[in-house]
Design a protein around this ligand. Structure first.
Ligand SMILES: Cc1cc2nc3c(=O)[nH]c(=O)nc-3n(C[C@H](O)[C@H](O)[C@H](O)COP(=O)(O)OP(=O)(O)OC[C@H]3O[C@@H](n4cnc5c(N)ncnc54)[C@H](O)[C@@H]3O)c2cc1C
Length: 366
């Protein structure tokens, strides 16, 4: 990478992809394979987004890398990016979307600007947090952050954990904690049933970890760091039932209560943002071509709706093909890519787990 090339906002790049997770990588690969000029900016030292910390094997169809570990999918995509000669600016954070459709990018101590004809934002999501007494004590983590510490940096974050939330993240991360030799005291879930796939819950149960349904965390105890957590049963209106409190010894509390699309840059760019709870909260409006309310900006992946890696890849392929066409004109191959990806998305979204996504997307496109 030549650092000075981007010191002034010259119109050197046709398509800039922001975010090097599965969505952004597929978008960039499609653009390049179609013959377009594309560049990826990502704030991590290596490409892959969430995939780099996913040591478990994926589900789905062979086409979507079922049975392959997330980390290995990241390597497959990174190798493809390299083979195609796609330019990557890594360790670089896009900090703003400024006048004349220019990005501000911070890389180490160097702030520079970049202008592209089209942008594909694939910035993913951030973890939701929960307010409870002493929630600011050291030892309260997002479950995804713990996964990064363990699986990317090899740091064991504590000795005994309480996990809040039983979606796939709340079920997978405690299993990985067990594999790392950390005790998992319990998982608490406010709903009447666990939220993730049965196979993940079954593994956790087989390992002897209790899942307390209709429970939440109400307090962290400790002076300088967490020494215990207080949990409580909740009633049908989700308020805590007095007298049901239990104290659980632990030195960390993992919050796994969902993700929110990272759409700050889209606000900055002036894109229309809509609140669609089924898609994860505030999401940039986008049509079925993944184009936002601004015709030069496309989105894909968790930024467009909190879903999963396979759908992120497919949305990335659609965004890449449509962004390509919007600059270079219609091309049969691009149309084929879009049709195939849309067909596969439709198949995945027939699953009962996907009902809310289908509802949310319909609502968005009304
Ligand atoms: C614990 C866990 C387990 C999961 N397990 C599975 C599973 O088994 N199967 C499955 O299909 N899915 C799984 N998922 C979901 C899957 O990982 C996500 O749906 C998928 O990674 C979303 O892809 P993405 O490209 O949209 O975002 P991400 O993978 O999050 O990539 C976004 C990238 O953009 C970068 N970025 C963000 N903002 C900026 C900025 N301003 N400037 C520069 N770069 C930026 C981020 O650092 C990141 O590298 C799991 C997720 C988690 C957290």
């Amino acid at each position: 990478m030549t650092e000075n090339k981007y010191q002034t906002a010259e119109k050197t790049i046709d398509i800039c992809v922001v975010g090097g997770g599965p969505a952004g990588l597929q978008a960039a690969i499609v653009v390049k394979e179609l013959g377009g000029n594309v560049l990826i900016v990502d704030d991590n030292p290596i490409l892959g987004g969430q995939l780099i910390k996913q040591t478990h094997k994926f589900f789905g169809s062979k086409l979507h890398y079922c049975g392959v570990r997330g980390i290995d999918i990241a390597t497959i995509f990174s190798n493809r990016v390299q083979d195609l000669g796609i330019e990557v600016i890594n360790d670089a954070t896009v900090v703003g979307y400024y006048d004349h459709d220019t990005l501000g990018i911070l890389r180490h101590d160097n702030l520079f600007s970049l202008k592209a004809e089209r942008y594909i934002f694939a910035t993913g999501a951030s973890e939701n947090m929960l307010a409870f007494d002493n929630a600011d004590l050291p030892g309260v983590y997002g479950a995804g952050a713990v996964q990064t510490m363990m699986n990317v940096y090899g740091v064991v974050p504590g000795k005994r954990a309480l996990v809040v939330g039983s979606g796939n993240i709340g079920l997978i991360v405690p299993y990985q904690l067990l594999q790392a030799g950390v005790e998992v005291a319990a998982i608490v879930e406010i709903m009447t049933k666990f939220g993730g796939y049965y196979v993940h819950a079954a593994k956790i149960k087989r390992a002897g970890v209790p899942i307390y349904l209709k429970h939440t965390v109400i307090e962290a105890k400790g002076k300088d760091r967490i020494e215990a957590a207080v949990i409580s049963e909740v009633g049908d209106d989700y308020t805590c039932l007095l007298g049901t409190e239990k104290t659980i010894e632990c030195d960390m509390i993992l919050i796994a209560i969902g993700l929110s699309p990272l759409c700050d840059l889209l606000y900055h760019a002036g894109c229309r943002i809509e609140y669609i709870p089924e898609l994860g909260g505030n999401v940039p409006y986008h049509d079925t071509n993944m184009m936002t309310s601004k015709p030069n900006i496309f989105v894909c992946g968790d930024l467009a709706c909190i879903e999963e890696a396979s759908t992120a890849m497919l949305e990335g392929r659609i965004a890449g093909a449509r962004a390509y066409e919007s600059i270079y004109g219609k091309k049969g191959e691009a149309e084929t890519i879009v049709k195939e990806a849309a067909r596969e998305l439709a198949i995945i979204r027939t699953s009962p787990f996907e009902e809310r996504i289908v509802y949310g997307k319909k609502h968005l496109h009304l």
